[in-house]
Design a binder for this molecule. Structure first.
Ligand SMILES: Nc1ncnc2c1ncn2[C@@H]1O[C@H](COP(=O)(O)OP(=O)(O)O)[C@@H](O)[C@H]1O
Ligand SMILES: [Mg+2]
Length: 1059
């Protein structure tokens, strides 16, 4: 039922809901039907057709679009598939733009019949499609009934095309400029022509139209519009014939430019008509009416041929690319039953209604008659259901002898004057008796007084109601005449599309036969369509119109009732209710369901019927659910069928699993065998390799063992050889020893013998000597012994001294060596001789000395006499030469004054420390010694502090230790003694004392100076005597000698022990 408003039941969710669901499972829906058809096609390999019927405006076209969109949504996906789908879907807007128009019943009424075959591959993916079109209502191009419009494309082009395009097409946007466009309903509510134009262009592009093809199509559309504007005016010729002239040639010119036609050619075609018959060619002029007729005929032909070309062109694009076998789903959307209430029905309505009549026929055939007959044929118990069979109406129209179409053709082809009236007359005579034909003038007097039936009309009682047809135009429309001059003019056009559309205009292919009439063509094509539909499994969508106002929410009971009734739905329901939902021949049924029973699976050897019986008995289906016909099984409820299908599906799944299992098993096994084979090869190779390795290992091991063994054997051999050699050597040695021993024994023996012999000779000699001496004793003198003794001694001494000459020691006085004595009796000599030699050697040594050196040694000798072994300081002084003048007093200008003060020669000059008795500290003083006196002087100034003549000196006291302290003791009562003794210390103590001692000795007028060596002595200071005591100091005091005053009478000098 057309809701006349958008309902939310055509959404993708709904698609999913209905997808793969059983037909009666959900509430009725176009999707349910489409799904059922699609699945039967895909799964049961049955070609399907979907027949959409209903009155004009009942929603057939919408329904067909829904079917296609559903199929597109559920079938396979993929780039190629999507392209095919898109092209199939987009063919719709193109065809609708050119073939649909607004009518009083429907704003988008299809003015052509369309049957579309969609082709699928075995998987159910769309491959392509074929569209067949049926008789476009072309009269609409030139004239539209009141309240209706021309085809959409004209309005779309004018409102949607760009200015540029319009200019190219030489068009104006204003609809009112064009005669062919009706103005009263040019704008339709809810229809956006401009937007639709864009959609159409886009769709053409998707479908695969080339840019220039689109352009050509638009040029033709423009040409049709232009054609409508060509107007003619009458012109009387002098010969009395009427002629026509084109009023305003501008439109003609523009149109010719558009199509590339020479203006004069077209102009002539509009003015003359050439009739060719056999060898004759007659040209007659056209009057104004004929010219208009010619113009409109051209416009209609141009447009309808363009439409057919579009369909062909779309088919070219959408046709399946593969030649593989395919399944087909046909969708038939044909113009709906149409009645104009005011009786304005014409040839087109007649044709349309005839077509619907045929569709109803096919419905009756397949569902009502065929089904019922089948029950009877199959021997199923059946009570016949009565229904109206419209075959009689079809026969009225299409009967080859006396059908209305046949008579119309006959009338058109008949020579002589033919008008619509003659045609009606003919009908009146021939069809008068037909119970569905009504005419005022028919012989059936029943209608003579029927005023609802005008004279120029006839009425047919269609299955859907009575329709009053006005005969006017029937003949012309059926003839569909286009003057040859016009088609030839079109063929001459310099426009490839136009040339294609008018092939009969080709002068080379002049065909004098009349072209088939429109009625004939239509009947033929409907005939093929019906045959085609009969081969397919039909699915019906019966569209019902709720009201005549194209309005939602209005439900006109009578209208709906009427439709339901004439569509035969009641009978249909009754048959369905009483009958069986499903039937199938035994063979295919068994084939399809044999897997449901163990006894029929996999092969049933008996007749198919028995197989099915066994099968059904085996299934848990109640017996009343099915009947067995002669050749078919009948199943009452869809439920049962679904049950079977479900079981089958499960079974197939299991079987598929089984096949899969076996295949997998086989695959795994062959894989395993391959693996095993490979494994053996690998193992063989590996074993070979391993054995080779092992062999090599053993081989090398063997070599090693062998080499060891050989080594061992060789060593053994070597050992034996060595042993042998040693044995040989030992033998040699032993034998050598033995020989040696033997030899030595022999030698000893020989020696013994020799000794014995010698002893004998000695004893013999002794004996001889004794004998001689005894003999000669009487001849020796008494003193001869002494002489021999002296001589011997002399000889020995001589030898000793001569030997001594060569063994004399060196001349150095310190050399103490002396050759050893040879004889003991020379002991005394040996003692005396070294002493003499030493003295002589010393004398020789001394004789080399000069006077000074001699003096020095004398001094040193004297020092030794005084101090040796008495004072510890002495040994260190031995190696120091006595220099005397340490200050070089005569040379140093500093001491010039002092030097001059001492008139004697200075023997010694040195710096000494004068010890202060008060504190024991020393003061540096220059100490001078001359032959006569001792002088003490200040060290810095050189001023003489004291001068003591040597005779005044009584003695000198020093300690036994290694210090340099000495005290000069003055003679009591002498002049110098007044000041007291001097306690001094010097580094050259030994030298000073020695020199003092010597000088004192040499001085004639004084006696020897005493040197006291003691660790305690008294020193006279002015009035009192102070004892100076020397103690051994601890080394901690340092190496220096320190003098400390202990008390008035004691000065203690601590001397560090010398290590
Ligand atoms: N299923 C639907 N839902 C909403 N509107 C519908 C539906 N079917 C039809 N119509 C409305 O009815 C109009 C006529 O439908 P259409 O299919 O062209 O009729 P038909 O082809 O039978 O002459 C559409 O233009 C649309 O407005
Ligand atoms: Mg339609």
């Amino acid at each position: 039922m057309n809701p006349y408003r958008v309902l939310p039941i055509f959404t993708p969710e709904k698609v999913e809901e209905y997808r793969n669901r059983n037909f009666y499972e959900l509430s009725p829906h176009i999707y349910a039907l489409a799904d059922e058809a699609y699945r039967s096609l895909r799964d049961q390999d049955k070609d399907q057709c979907i027949l959409i019927t209903g009155e004009s405006g009942a929603g057939k076209t919408e329904a067909s679009k829904l079917v296609m969109s559903y199929v597109a949504a559920v079938c396979g996906k993929g780039q190629e598939v999507n392209k095919v789908k898109e092209q199939l879907l987009q063919s719709n807007p193109v065809l609708e733009a050119f073939g649909n128009a607004k009518t009083v019943r429907n704003d988008n009424s299809s003015r052509f019949g369309k049957y579309m075959d969609i082709e699928f591959d075995f998987k159910g993916d769309p491959l392509g499609g074929v569209i067949s079109n049926y008789l476009l209502e072309k009269s609409r191009v030139v004239k539209q009934p009141r309240g209706e419009r021309n085809f959409h494309i004209f309005y779309q082009l004018l409102s949607g095309a760009s200015d540029d395009t319009l200019k190219k097409l030489k068009l104006d946007r204003d609809f009112s400029k064009y005669n062919y466009l009706s103005l009263d309903s040019a704008v339709v509510n809810g229809l956006d022509d401009a937007a639709n134009f864009r959609t159409v262009k886009n769709a053409m592009q998707i479908v695969g139209f080339m840019e220039d093809e689109v352009q050509s199509v638009l040029e033709l559309v423009a040409a049709v519009l232009k054609l409508g504007d060509i107007e003619f005016k009458p012109e009387s010729r002098c010969n009395g014939t009427d002629e026509s002239r084109i009023k305003d040639k501008n439109d003609l010119k523009e149109m010719c430019e558009l199509l590339g036609i020479e203006q004069s050619v077209l102009e002539r075609a509009f003015s003359y008509r050439t009739v060719e018959a056999r060898l004759e060619k007659v040209s007659t002029t056209l009057n104004v009416a004929q010219a208009y007729y010619a113009r409109d005929a051209l416009a209609k032909n141009l447009y309808s041929r363009l439409f057919s070309w579009l369909v062909t062109r779309i088919n070219e694009s959408i046709k399946a690319q593969t030649k593989a076998r395919h399944k087909v789903m046909g969708v038939l959307d044909i113009y709906g039953f149409e009645i104009f209430e005011d009786g304005d029905n014409s040839f087109e309505q007649f044709i349309i209604n005839y077509c619907n009549e045929k569709l109803q026929q096919i419905f009756i055939e397949l569902t009502l008659r065929e089904e019922q007959e089948e029950y009877v044929r199959e021997g199923i118990e059946w009570t016949n259901i009565e229904y109206f069979n419209n075959a009689i109406i079809c026969d009225l129209i299409e009967n080859h002898q006396n059908g209305i179409l046949a008579m119309l053709d006959e009338e058109c082809l008949r020579p002589g004057t033919v008008t619509d009236e003659t045609f009606l007359d003919k009908l009146n005579t021939i069809c008068a008796e037909h119970q569905h034909f009504e005419s005022r003038l028919s012989k059936n007097s029943k209608f003579l007084t029927d005023h609802s039936l005008p004279h120029n009309c006839f009425r047919i009682q269609h299955y859907a109601g009575k329709v009053l047809y006005r005969v006017e135009g029937f003949v012309d429309k059926n003839n569909d005449l286009l003057y040859r001059d016009l088609s030839q003019a079109m063929y001459k056009a310099n426009h490839s599309l136009i040339k294609q559309l008018f092939p009969e205009g080709n002068p080379a292919k002049v065909n004098l036969k009349r072209p088939p009439t429109a009625g004939f063509q239509f009947r033929a094509s409907v005939g093929t369509l019906m045959k085609n539909l009969q081969t397919k499994n039909p699915n019906y969508i019966r569209c019902i119109k709720p009201n005549d106002k194209k309005a939602s929410h209005i439900f006109t009971d009578s209208l709906v009732c009427h439709q339901v009734r004439y569509l035969g739905l009641m009978e249909n329901v009754r048959v369905r209710r009483a009958g069986y939902a499903f039937r199938q021949a035994y063979e295919p049924c068994l084939e399809r369901y044999k897997m449901l029973c163990k006894r029929t699976w996999p092969h049933w050897r008996g007749p198919a019927r028995e197989g099915v019986e066994v099968l059904m008995a085996d299934l848990p289906v109640p017996a009343e659910e099915f009947s067995f016909g002669r050749s078919k099984i009948f199943i009452r409820n869809p439920r049962t069928l679904f049950f079977l299908e479900e079981r089958r599906r499960q079974c197939l799944q299991d079987l598929a699993t089984l096949i899969q299992k076996i295949y997998r098993g086989w695959k795994c096994r062959s894989h395993f065998l391959l693996l095993k084979k490979s494994q053996i090869v690998v193992a063989a190779w590996y074993r070979r390799y391993a054995q080779e390795k092992k062999y090599q290992k053993i081989k090398s091991a063997t070599t090693v063992v062998q080499s060891y063994t050989r080594g061992w054997q060789a060593r053994k051999l070597l050992r034996e050889l060595k042993y042998q050699k040693r044995c040989e050597e030992a033998v040699t040695t032993i034998s050598a020893f033995w020989h040696g021993t033997q030899a030595r024994r022999e030698l000893r023996q020989l020696k013994e013998d020799a000794r014995n012999r010698h002893a004998v000779s000695v004893i013999w000699a002794g004996w001889q000597g004794t004998k001689v001496r005894r003999e000669y004793r009487k001849f020796f003198r008494a003193n001869a012994g002494k002489k021999i003794y002296d001589f011997t001694i002399q000889r020995i001494m001589q030898k000793y001294f001569l030997g001594l000459k060569s063994t004399m020691p060196s001349m150095s006085p310190i050399d103490k060596s002396w050759p050893a004595r040879p004889y003991r009796f020379l002991d005394g000599v040996h003692r005396e001789l070294p002493r003499i030699f030493h003295l002589w050697r010393c004398k020789k040594y001394r004789s080399q000395f000069t006077e000074e050196k001699k003096a020095v040694y004398e001094e040193k000798l004297e020092a030794s006499e005084i101090f040796k072994d008495k004072k510890a300081l002495y040994p260190s002084s031995v190696s120091q030469p006595f220099k005397g003048d340490y200050l070089e007093i005569s040379k140093n200008p500093k001491y010039q004054k002092l030097n001059s003060a001492v008139d004697e020669k200075v023997l010694l000059a040195d710096v000494v420390n004068k010890i202060n008795r008060a504190n024991g500290k020393g003061t540096a003083r220059i100490f001078l010694l001359t032959k006569k006196s001792v002088v003490l002087a200040d060290q810095k100034t050189g001023q003489v502090k004291a001068s003591v003549p040597l005779p005044d000196l009584a003695s000198v006291s020093v300690s036994t230790q290694s210090d340099g302290f000495f005290a000069l003791r003055l003679k009591e009562g002498s002049a110098s003694a007044v000041k007291g003794d001097f306690l001094l210390s010097s580094e050259h103590l030994i030298e000073i004392i020695t020199k003092l001692h010597r000088t004192g000795a040499t001085a004639a007028d004084s006696e020897q100076l005493n040197v006291d060596i003691s660790d305690e002595f008294l020193v006279q200071f002015k009035h009192d005597k102070v004892c100076v005591k020397f103690i051994q100091g601890a080394p901690k005091n340092g190496n220096s000698v320190s003098c400390k005053r202990k008390n008035n009478r004691l000065l203690e000098v601590s001397v560090p022990t010398t290590a």
